[in-house]
Structures are given as C-alpha cells and as structure tokens.
Write a protein that binds this ligand. Structure first.
Ligand SMILES: [Zn+2]
Length: 266
C-alpha cells in the first residue's frame, strides 16, 4: 500500500475520533490498534488487508460503488478511491447544486433510486427491455463521428416522454444555432447494456435511462475546472433536465459531466 493511502487511512481514523498517531504514512502499531478499534475490519486479516478493507468501508459509506469489502486492492477499489478523493477534494462544489431553485412542474417524475438494483428492475424491467424509439426535436450528431446525423435513438419507454419534453425545451430556449455552438447536439449514446465502469453493477445506460452528451469535452474524470458543461452557458440546459427529475453526475458528484440519468443516486 502506498504512503499516501496509509496517510489517508490515518486521517480518516483521526476524523472518526481514533488515535492513529501522526499521519506519517507508516502503518505502525498505533495505527493498527486504532484500525482494530473501529470494528470495521476483521481482526484476523493481515495489516495490508485491514488497511485496504478500511478504505473500502469509507468509500462505501459515501455510496460509491466499491464491490465487496474484501481487503484486496483491485481496480474497483482504485476506481472507488479515486472517485472518493475527487469528491472529497471538490466537496465544497457540491453546494453549487441548489435543488431549492429547481422548479418542479406537474409532470415532474420522481425517478427511482439507482440502488438497490432490484428496485430499479421493478420499475424499469430487466436491462435492455422495454425500449422505444425517440424522435428527436432537433437533430443530433454522433460525438465520435460528427458528420453522422442522428434523428432518433432508443430509450426506455418510461423515460421517452420526459426526454422529449426536455429536448423540446432545450430547443425552445437555445435555438438550433446556439445548440450547435454549445455542442448540445453531440450525442454520446443512450442504451448500452454494460456494467458500470469500475464496477460489477449495471450502468443506467443498460436500461436506456441515461444519455451522454459531448463526452470529449466532459470526460469521465474531469471536474468542474475542466468540464464544459459546468459553465454558466449551460445553466438552462441543466434546468431543462432537472425540472424533469433527471440527475447529472457532474452537477451532483462533480465527475462524469457528460452523463445524465433518470434515476436518483440518493
Ligand atoms: Zn453515461
């Protein structure tokens, strides 16, 4: 385990009121005793597993997908750790999310929670099922081949009407010229039966209830400092989505700014 990761463990222990000694990145007896005192990791694990298991618990606490708390640092743990650090570092930015400013019209859909997955299945059916074709209010372009025009795409039948209302409002507000200029027509996909990046669960795309826009300028790991969609020119774009209850991972978690989904993360 890296020094920075052990320092992270020590800081988290201190935050929770345990005496972990100085945050020096060395897992000595004081740190390990504090770890045992948390009761979060089995005592029969070796030190390395305990440290990893503790980090995994912290990640899980923030509702970030980390898989099983098994004490082994694999790609899923690494992804969860990176996501958590990013989230903690930009924590104050979450305050820019102002749900009280969002007007919820009569049509507002209270989309189901993303987890537990069986609740999502209860509402939408199995991944890939109940899809229908949405005729777009304005033509889109494929983000990976901008010369290809997209006039419709497959989405879940339960989000179809809502999607149509969102995009109609976007068109009314911005107009075609501005839409093109702001790259609101650069479509990165909707239905895609695949597991979540770094996870074993399905992504919201598997149900056709998530859409990606302009992935190139709103990359997965980019935060507010880099992602185009965080800029003020896009305030109305987000309002159109949020009034229909759609969730932007960028606005909510300050990562994956390309991604908008019709299920809640909390
Ligand atoms: Zn996405």
């Amino acid at each position: 385990m890296k020094k920075a990761q052990i320092r992270f463990v020590q800081q988290q222990l201190k935050k929770r009121g345990f005496n972990a000694g100085p945050a020096d990145g060395v897992a000595g007896p004081i740190t390990m005793t504090a770890l045992d005192a948390t009761g979060l990791v089995p005592e029969h694990w070796d030190d390395k597993r305990k440290l990893t298991g503790f980090v995994q618990s912290i990640i899980k606490e923030q509702d970030i997908d980390v898989g099983d708390i098994d004490g082994y640092w694999g790609p899923q743990t690494q992804f969860g750790y990176d996501t958590l650090l990013h989230f903690l570092k930009n924590g104050q930015i979450v305050q820019n999310w102002r749900p009280e400013e969002i007007q919820k019209p009569a049509t507002f859909q209270n989309w189901p929670l993303q987890t537990p997955e069986d609740e999502l299945v209860k509402y939408f059916g199995n991944p890939g099922e109940n899809q229908t074709r949405l005729a777009l209010p304005y033509p889109h372009r494929l983000s990976w081949d901008t010369t290809s025009r997209v006039n419709s795409f497959l989405c879940h039948e339960k989000v179809h009407d809502s999607l149509q209302r969102v995009l109609t409002r976007v068109l009314e507000h911005y107009g075609l010229q501005e839409i093109r200029k702001l790259r609101l027509d650069l479509w990165g996909g909707c239905l895609n039966v695949r597991a979540m990046r770094g996870g074993s669960r399905y992504s919201a795309h598997a149900w056709g209830i998530a859409v990606d826009y302009d992935p190139e300028r709103n990359r997965l790991q980019w935060g507010r400092d880099k992602a185009t969609f965080s800029k003020p020119a896009y305030d109305m774009w987000w309002r159109c989505w949020e009034e229909e209850g759609w969730v932007s991972l960028g606005r909510f978690r300050n990562f994956d700014w390309m991604h908008i989904q019709a299920c809640r993360i909390c």
